[in-house]
Design a protein around this ligand. Sequence first.
Ligand SMILES: [Zn+2]
Length: 419
Amino acid sequence: MSTTSESYRRFRLKKVVDTLAEKKGLHTELITLYIPPERQMSDVLSTLRTEYGTATNIKSKSTRKNVMDAIQTVIQRLKIIPKPPPNGLAVFAGAIPHGAPGSEKMEIYLIEPPEPVNVYIYRCAAEFWLNPLHEMLTPKDSYGLISIDRSAAAWALLRGTNLQVVKTVKSGIMGKHRAGGQSQRRFERLIEQAAHEFLTRSSELTRELFEDIPDLRGIIIGGPGFTKEVFSEKGYLTSPLKDKVLAVLDTAYSGEEGIRALVEKSGEILRNQRLMKEKRLVQRFLGELARDTGRATYGERQVREALDRGAVEIILVSEGIELSRVTINCSSCGHTTERTLTPDVITRFENDLANQQCTKCQNQTLQITETQDLIEELGELSNETGAKIEIISPETEEGKQLLIAFRGIGALLRWADQA
Ligand SMILES: [Zn+2]
């Protein structure tokens, strides 16, 4: 999965988590199993056999049957896997209410997560246990927050939604009111000197606290008054940390209280960072089209053809498209075709298939054998052809344009396309 982008991995995982979260069992009968990469499969199977034995004690006949069936289904699937994939495995299985009231269908999902599974857990509940996958969805990058004015400063690290205030200091600088007996000028000089010393100390602390954070993606500085500007622009902050400053913001307070205000504002800033990246990608795509360089194409068919030739560098797919890729198979001759459909017409399409002849053997034995989200299917295709896929939200003007004017699918090409 080396060529998949962060945006695509997140999209896929989010999709899976959303789908699984909707599935509820009628009773405590849905099975969740997280397998870390280093776990022996023989170990896992023996856990499952023990649970199977325990399940025989369940009082309700239907629950007992469903739990035992689910465990059996998992065992069957895992038996043929010699060892867990590189990031381990998350397994979800159980009888899910389906169609008519009271009718259920056994479903099983094997998921290779984008990050290593670090818990070994078996659970049986009325719903699937998704916390470890949820955690993988929260961004892991760290951001440094500094809240500073003349009186105090605080430093914090924001990692996903986790905030850690790492240091607070008070300057001890007196207010603007002059103490008796001193000349105004001397008093002001003393204050300036103390302020300079405080900022120098803060600058040293910033290096100490932030310089060794390996994945520090950005720094946000805030505070009341102009001390924060002096701090960020007058040489107190030096490269490489200075280059990471994303924003300098006004807040009502400094110190720890100021940090809270920065966290509230940081969501917006980080979101804008992501949107800026998306905007730049679509702008590049639009630019290639406008200049007619032949290094961009759009439309599902054209992008598929470019993928086939290995010509695609980056596929841009709008998060807003709702399409499924459906595989149709003839059970008589094995002839297979694929179609892209909107999800709401699939059932009708499937019913119509029963009356259609196979183009190869003329038998009326066509059926849908696989339905996949189009974005996921394009992701797999891009992975096979060394292309990258980026998911573009429709939140920016450029993102809207990709969705509406280009029906949500475009591609940047490695070379000028003559086709
Ligand atoms: Zn056929």
